[in-house]
Write a protein of this length. Sequence first.
Length: 302
Amino acid sequence: MLLKVPTEKIPIQEIFIDKKVKLFIKREDLVHPLISGNKYWKLFHNVNNYLGIHIEDPLIITFGGAFSNHISAVSAVGKLLGVRTIGIIRGEELKDKWRDNPTLVFAFRNGMNLKFVSREEYRNKEKLSEFLQQEFPGALIVPEGGTNEDAVQGVKMMLNNETKEFDYLCTAVGTGGTIAGISKFCEGNQKVIGFKVVDDSSLQETIYQLTLKKNFNLIDSSFGGYGKIKDENIRFMNDFKEKYDIPLEPIYTGKMMQKVFELIDEGYFPEDSKILCFHTGGLQGIEGANLLLEKQNRKLII
Ligand SMILES: *Cc1c(COP(=O)(O)O)cnc(C)c1O
């Protein structure tokens, strides 16, 4: 079995904001109930190319943090396609308390073999990858966040005839694979904006190497740092959900949409611009985020 292109069209919904621009959101979060958003497309060719060759006892190994959408997605791919998976998880301390983490419990239930490594070991992922490839010569090793050439190629499937009509294409940026694919395969007249949720000065160059185009701009949207959730972020996401009935999560899509609204207010986009934001999914992360917020006696994400 392989990953399939969904037969149902991914909807593009208008967000009415009563301003001089037109704003839309493409619901890539709806691509698959368990393999969410951009991670589905980033894994698509990686997994299908590999499974096309490795018919006997395939194994997928990857890396991620405790709340990782990528870990969640890879584990679900393994379950769906009947493929063994190993997840290398950052943080040795989780060894004893991973059962309190909904993302890791989900991965475990999907049959993922979780291996916890220290932050130091994790930082040296290249060495770790080499070691794993020696230990499991037939395995597919997918990098953290799933970003590589095949991932960029997969993101092409987020674009179609309908997306060609927009002046601006917006996405949240983590490792840069998604924006690289959008930049590489969009139309020549379209501008791409990446909302950076991590503070990483090498991203501009990483993305350029993957797309080789200069049609993209990066805008800082980290709101205090990767994974940090401010009260204003929660307020924004909850208001957005009530108004438009579209859920956002706190790490990527919530911060992107909040920044897009700020840019519209500041007059960043010329009048009559047509703006498309990709909802890259990741809603599985809300449960884990709410557990942390609850412990801090803070308002929860609805
Ligand atoms: C992983 C992820 C991103 C970032 O994608 P990159 O290709 O790593 O830049 C954006 N949004 C969501 C919901 C994600 O899970």
